[in-house]
Write a protein that binds this ligand. Structure first.
Ligand code: SAM
Length: 306
């Protein structure tokens, strides 16, 4: 129903008229496409990947097959990265099935030349579960590097409250807070200060079931890339990496297998540039077309009754 309104078909690439980003419709497992879209930009210093967990082409995959698929796109991603770069991967862990595919994925990564750097957990505000288990409220984020990429310490919005920790410097006793670079606490590898996306938030994109919060992606981009550099995301979906890059002056190369998500990315960027809004909140990226379709079909029905 929405496909006729999509500008890209599989294999197509949209070149940003402002000369910044590239948005494609393609397959992360297709090395030719990954190379082609990246050939139009400088080698990315940062990759942020959010693959569908165990679900490829909408069907559930056995773990071994999923890992083989991941190994494939990771190697394509590796081949286009700058020699000093960072790679972040969001991955699920099924607590009812030995936390798969996380251990298998970590083990597969140990066979590559990426160095493991951190295992970050982001806390969701809404969890799920039963009265018989701990509420599941976490999202896992793995951080790897190639070569020696830059890293900039970032701070949360949480003020430092811990007092009474003194250190003597040059004969003067200084409070911890006096010596720190920020009045707020540093972002460590447990993020509790990020609101997961829900429909009342401006950044919400209706129709996107797996949207990551802009604040999380902005934190990654600010810590692991510099202004003007290229950031790559092979699983675009709602275009969160794209919008974060636009806000922070980075260039984004991103694509999705599904032409509808590729179109949503283009529309989200155009909307942000036109209105400053990061999403549709209660609206919809295809609201104009859907309204028109609805009113056409209503008129047809009324005409048929007359
Ligand atoms: C978990 S979502 C990414 C969410 C994204 N980080 C965001 O904030 O909107 C995964 C996306 O990957 C896409 N996808 C699945 N298989 C793919 C493939 N082989 N190549 C490229 N994209 C794929 C899906 O269509 C889906 O939109």
């Amino acid at each position: 129903m929405l496909l006729p309104y999509c500008r890209l078909k599989p294999g197509d690439i949209w070149v940003d008229p402002a000369g910044k980003h590239l948005i494609g419709c393609g397959d992360a497992a297709d090395s030719g496409f990954v190379k082609q879209i990246h050939s139009k930009a400088s080698p990315p210093t940062l990759a942020i990947q959010d693959p569908p967990y165990n679900l490829v082409f909408g069907k559930k995959m056995p773990v071994a097959e999923f890992i083989e698929w991941c190994q494939n796109w990771i190697s394509h991603c590796r081949s286009v990265l700058n020699k000093n770069s960072a790679l972040y991967i969001w991955l699920g862990a099924d607590q009812k099935n030995h936390f798969r595919p996380l251990p298998e994925f970590m083990s597969m990564m140990s066979t590559t030349d990426f160095k493991s750097r951190s295992f970050i957990t982001m806390r969701n505000q809404r969890g799920y579960g039963t009265q018989q288990n701990w509420m599941a409220a976490r999202q896992e984020l793995l951080y790897y590097t190639l070569g020696i990429p830059k890293f900039k310490v970032s701070y949360t919005d949480i003020p430092k409250v811990l007092k009474g920790y003194y250190k003597e410097i040059d004969g003067r006793k200084l409070e911890n807070i006096e010596r720190s670079k920020s009045p707020n606490i540093r972002a460590g590898n447990v993020w509790i200060d990020i609101q997961q996306v829900f429909y009342r938030m401006e950044e919400n994109v209706n129709g996107c079931f797996a949207q990551k919060p802009l604040k999380a992606i902005e934190r990654i981009i600010e810590s692991s890339s510099s202004v003007g550099e290229t950031v790559t995301d092979l699983f675009a979906h709602s275009g969160t990496t794209l919008i974060a890059c636009e806000k922070l002056g980075r260039r984004c190369v991103t694509f999705d297998l599904d032409p509808i998500f590729a179109e949503i990315c283009i529309r989200r960027l155009e909307r942000f540039r036109g209105t400053g809004k990061t999403g549709w909140q209660l609206g919809h990226p295809f609201e104009r077309e859907l309204k028109r379709k609805l009113s056409d079909s209503l008129s047809n029905q009324i005409a048929a009754v007359k």
